[in-house]
Every structure is written in structure tokens, then in C-alpha cells.
Design a protein around this ligand. Sequence first.
Ligand code: NAD
Length: 418
Amino acid sequence: MAATNGSIFGAMLQEFDGAARILNLEPGIWKILTHPKRQITVSCPIQMDNGEIEVFTGYRVQYNITLGPAKGGIRYHPGVTLDEVTALAAWMTWKCAVAHIPFGGGKGGVICDPTKMSKREIEALTRRYVAEIVDAIGPEKDVPAPDVNTNAQIMAWVMDTYSMHVGHTTTSVVTGKPVELGGSLGRREATGRGLMIATRESARHVGFDIKGATVAIQGFGNVGSVSADLLMREAGAIIVGVVDWKGGVFNAKGLDVPKLIEYAQQHHTVDGFPGADPLNCENLFKLDVDVLIPAALENQITMDNAPAIRAKVIIEGANGPTTPDANRHLHDRGVFIVPDILANSSGVTTSYFEWVQDRYGYFWTEKEVNERLEAKMCEAFGAVLQTSLKYKVDMRTAAYIVAINRVAIVTRMRGMYA
Ligand code: NAD
């Protein structure tokens, strides 16, 4: 999402306002939903490997907990700011509400550069950060997850530190854990699987056959590679173009995705994959395909490249890949865009499944996880599509309308505590 006067939270408010106006949201609820419930700032002193003490600043924001515990990742990055963490926590609120799972929105961040830290230093920082916010998190309060530069191992340390503080093992305090430690089967593939479902449902709505449909994908990490694989193997689509940070490949007859995944694992890029022509990002966007999936970074589809886009459907795997003006331009041209808060919501839906399984102490098979995910994703897609048709708005505005309305209804029902 593009920043407004440099504020990412300002950009979130812009998207909120558009939908809230259509909903005729009353001023009181409007005010509540545009203020973070709680912003926590902590200082985390760590003894570094060279013996010196460094103090790292960390944040945890619980934007809204009306529907349930806050849910959202923890990112480790030198550029983390409270404004960014607050905006991301707000977006998690809307994403969980669209996905129709009983969670509010939260996000955490620590200002650090993990690429310059040892494993021991990262573990020490994680444990101290969790100790500093330990009273604010918990299965009923706030359930963190991985985000930029954090992973399953770091989530295991989060779970262990919290468990040490409360005196008993509490797996459901965090999601994205290793499967051996209460993680869910199917979590790794969940976001890509949701993208495949969103693509299939979009094709049905727009009126083309997903079997044999052509797809171009920007980014071939977790989200891009899994959605490519499932679109090919389970939906029968043809993946003709893929680009990543280094380069890209094109084959009009379709790329062999399992082989491309193997190649990318070995070479850390798809660039140079045999049996395909080279492709760059600029040309990927110009391809005459049915579906375009941005699954890399934010702000990739802008007014510089949007006029050349020929895809009928855009499925936003990444968060915020389309700028607001490019979104308007594409919508006006009749391109069907499935927004990030809907398209990539299967990640958090499966985190919800992980939390449910941990609380039950009873674990589902991968087939059960996938079946439930299919049902939740189709439900969410259907609700947003119906809203878009009812209000005659694009899918992004419709997703916000669904989300804001769900939180607003419960806010009214719960009433004021004062
Ligand atoms: P990842 O790090 O596994 O993969 C990112 C991919 O983007 C890599 O292939 C990388 O080479 C490529 N890339 C980086 N810079 C690029 C550039 N300039 N041009 C083209 N490609 C570039 O990340 P991921 O987990 O696949 O996440 C991708 C996006 O999806 C992010 O925006 C993330 O926030 C979002 N997302 C991920 C999940 C999830 O469950 N993993 C859930 C929701 C949203």
C-alpha cells in the first residue's frame, strides 16, 4: 500500500475511509476502528557475542481485539517503525475479519538487522523481547506468528519463553511453529493454496476455464512457488512466466513447475532454468496471460506498468503489490483484482487452525486442514464477491466493507464499557 505523507498508517486510513463511507459507518464506531487499542514499546538489552551490551527497541501493537485475540507476525528489520507496525496490525484486523476467523489484528517488530547477528544473539533478543511483552500476549490475548526475517525456530523460542514464564507448556501462544511442536500440517503451503482457490473462483466468475488458463507470477518464494505448483497440478493452469529477484523465465507452452522448484532450490533463483527463454519483470507484466500473480514485494504494480498489463485477473499474493492509482486504472479497464487481504488470507486462516488444534491437543491430517481451508476460502471469496456486486465496487473496497462491517456489528453488540 502506498504511503500517505510518509505514513503507512495514513495509507491504511485512506482504504478504510473509502469503505466506511459506503457503509455509512456512524462517527463513533468510525473513531474506534481508526485507533489502535494498544501500542507497546519495549527496550531489550542484549549481551552481544563481543561482550558489549546493545539495546534493541521492540513494538507490539494490538490494533483491535473485538473479534478475538490479536493475531499477527513479528518482524525483525532495521526499518521497523511504530507507524508501520500499527498499519500492519490494522491490516491484520481486516484480513482476519474477511477470512471470518475469531481473531483481532496485531503485529510486532524489533528494530534490528538479523543478517548481522549470530543465532545466539537472535535467540537472546527473541527471548528478551517476549519476556518484555509476556503479560500482553497469550492464547486468549495475542497470538504472534512469523513475518519478515522470523521463522519456525524463532516461534519455538517465543513459545518456550512464554511457557517458562507461565510455568507450563503453552503451544497455542504462537503459530507458525515446527510441526513437531504443535505446528499445523499444510501451513507451509496454505497461502499458495488459498491463491490457487482464489484464482479458480475468479476464473469461474470472470468466465474462463482455469484448465488451460495462462498464468504469470512475480516472485517464486513460498507463496509464488506453491501457488504455481498447485495451479498447475490441481487446477490444470499453464504457468508461462516467472520472475524473481535475479531474473526470470518464459515458456509459452508452460514451465515444468516441479522441475523449476528443484532448480530454484539449488540455484536460489529461477534465472537460467533450461528449456525456457529469459524474462524480466517489465516484460512479465506485459504478457498476454489470463492471470497475473504478484507474489514478491509491495508497490510493484504502478502507473508505470499498469497500462501495459493484459491479464484478465490479478491475484495479490504479496501484501500491497498494487498502488491505489494503478488499482483504479486497472479496475476501470475491467481487470478483476483479488486484493491481498482476501487473496493471501489462507496463511492466517491456517494459523487459526494451528491455534485451534493446539488448544484441543488434537491434530488434523493434512487432508482435513486442506478441506477446511477450501471451505473458509470459498466462503470469504463468496462474501466479498457478493458485496462487490451489491455495492457495485471493486473487490478491494468490497473486502474492506465486509471486514469493517463484521467488526462494527460486534462492536455495537458488545457496547461501551465505561
Ligand atoms: P519469500 O521470501 O519466500 O519469496 C519472495 C520472492 O520474491 C522470492 O522469489 C524473491 O526472489 C522474489 N523477489 C524479491 N525481490 C524481487 C524483485 N525485486 N522482483 C521480483 N521478485 C522479487 O516470501 P513469501 O513468503 O513468498 O512472501 C511473498 C509475499 O507474500 C510478501 O509480500 C509477503 O508479505 C506475502 N505474504 C506471505 C505469506 C506467507 O504465508 N508466506 C502470507 C501472506 C502474505
